[in-house]
Every structure is written in structure tokens, then in C-alpha cells.
Design a binder for this molecule. Structure first.
Ligand SMILES: CC(C)(COP(=O)(O)OP(=O)(O)OC[C@H]1O[C@@H](n2cnc3c(N)ncnc32)[C@H](O)[C@@H]1OP(=O)(O)O)[C@@H](O)C(=O)NCCC(=O)NCCS
Length: 226
């Protein structure tokens, strides 16, 4: 083989900024915005956000660290995390439930045959609140649930001051919740999961969670199109 003929091969073997393909470069770059299911390695980041959002306010929190790990082990596909440059900024954790209404067992038990998704917690990191991220993440989560073949509805329990917030996401009041935590009482809310997004061609939902969605980067960090 002539030297000239061998040159392209030699070039490929030499590591230089010009010879690394864009695909390889991307693997080392954290995406600006990414939505993906959580895993047990995210548990501490989840709990840090919860501790600030709940424990420091009421002394209670929806899921303690062990419970976060428990649900992220049993049903990671029912969680969703929003990451900015690799940092968790908002998340939802859910599990399955098989009764009409929530009871204390629903706080710790995942019922794999249930058709109700119990949303244990939605929380946004303190510095990213008031930017619409909570409602956007909830919207994406509810769309995603439409890909889950056996899911018929989502339920959550919230303090009364958050009822208008969840109503804006389409939840309806189901009634007083049987569960109390310390002095805290809750209202139970529900959302019907209808249709099957997985049947639609070219649906973004089809790509989740196998391929994490990357949110488009905008000039304004506060605005993310979905
Ligand atoms: C509640 C929470 C998830 C909202 O997410 P967010 O990204 O900050 O939501 P936004 O700032 O876009 O607010 C959306 C709407 O909800 C309202 N809202 C937000 N937090 C609220 C609160 N604590 N009480 C009442 N209304 C609230 C906002 O006023 C806004 O209303 P608007 O659309 O009329 O302006 C977020 O504030 C949070 O993580 N709080 C601590 C944890 C928590 O309470 N989680 C919910 C219980 S599981």
C-alpha cells in the first residue's frame, strides 16, 4: 500500500480535536436540559430538594431517603426528573395503587397490578421555582402516563393551598384524604389518563424513557418549549 493510500487510516488513529466525531464529543457534554426517569443514584439529589421544600417547612416530607430509594428501585419508570446541565432541578415520583382512594399503605407500598398512579411528590429546586417548571414537568408526566398501557388515572394528596395549583394542571378534587401526617390534613385529587400516546406515530412519548428527551435550549433560560 502506498503511503498516500495509508494516510486516512493513520489520521483516524491520531487523537486530535479534528479527528473526534461529534457523536463522541457529545458523550462528554452534559445536556443543557434533559428529562429522564430517575434511578437510585439520583435519590440523594431528590432528598436534598425535598428536605429544603418540606422538612424545613413542616418537619415532615412526602418521602424520606429510604422511601425514595424504595420506589426508585421498584418502579423507576414512574418517576421523572428534569436536569439542567446534569443537576436535578425538578422531579416527580409515583408508584402504582389499586384502590379507589388512598390509604396509609399507599405511602409505602407499590401495587404493580394497580391502574392508578399515586403521585407521591412533585418538587422544584428552590432556585428554579416561579418559572413554570413544576406545571411543565407535571404536563409531561401526565402525557407520559398515557404510554403506560394499564394506567387509568393519577391521584395525589395535597394541602388545601395547593388545590388551585393542581386544578390548573387538570386535576379534580376527589374529596378529603383519609391520610393525615402529624397535624397536616390533605385533599385527594385525581386526573383521568385516557388515550394511548404510545399508539400515536412520531409521539415524543414513544421515545421516553428509552431515550431521554432533551428539551430545546432557548436564549432565555426561563423559557423552555415543550
Ligand atoms: C409547588 C411547586 C411544585 C410549584 O412549582 P413551580 O415551578 O414553582 O410552579 P410555578 O411557579 O410555575 O407556579 C405555577 C402556579 O402555581 C402557583 N403556586 C406555586 N407554588 C404555590 C404555593 N406554594 N402555593 C400556592 N400556589 C402556588 C403559582 O402562583 C403559579 O400560579 P399562576 O400560574 O397563577 O402564577 C413548587 O413551588 C415546589 O416545589 N414547592 C415546594 C414543594 C411542594 O410544595 N410540592 C407540592 C406538594 S407535593
Amino acid at each position: 500500500m502506498s503511503v498516500a493510500g495509508a494516510q486516512p487510516f493513520i489520521k483516524l488513529m491520531q487523537p486530535s480535536s479534528h479527528s473526534v466525531s461529534p457523536g463522541i464529543q457529545r458523550r462528554h457534554t452534559l445536556p443543557a436540559s434533559e428529562v429522564r426517569p430517575l434511578n437510585t443514584q439520583d435519590a440523594i439529589s431528590v432528598y436534598e430538594i425535598e428536605r429544603e421544600a418540606f422538612t424545613s417547612v413542616t418537619g415532615e416530607c412526602p418521602l424520606y431517603l429510604d422511601e425514595v430509594r424504595h420506589f426508585l428501585t421498584l418502579c423507576p419508570e414512574l418517576s421523572m426528573g428534569w436536569f439542567e446541565e446534569g443537576r436535578l432541578v425538578a422531579f416527580i415520583i409515583g408508584s402504582l395503587w389499586d384502590q379507589d382512594r388512598l390509604s396509609t399503605d399507599a405511602l409505602t407500598i407499590h401495587k404493580p397490578r394497580g391502574s392508578t398512579v399515586h403521585i407521591h411528590v412533585l418538587a422544584v429546586h428552590r432556585t428554579f421555582r416561579q418559572q413554570g417548571k413544576g406545571p411543565i414537568l407535571m404536563w409531561r408526566y401526565l402525557q407520559y402516563l398515557r404510554c403506560q398501557p394499564n394506567v387509568r388515572r393519577a391521584v395525589l394528596m395535597c394541602e388545601d393551598f395547593l388545590i388551585p395549583f393542581y386544578c390548573k394542571s387538570g386535576f379534580k378534587v376527589l374529596g378529603r384524604c383519609a391520610i393525615t401526617v402529624g397535624n397536616l390534613t390533605f385533599t385527594e385529587m385525581w386526573y383521568p389518563i385516557s388515550g394511548h400516546a404510545y399508539m400515536r406515530r412520531n409521539s415524543e412519548a414513544i421515545r421516553f424513557p428509552q431515550h431521554p428527551l432533551t428539551l430545546p435550549v432557548t436564549n432565555n433560560d426561563d423559557q423552555v418549549d415543550v
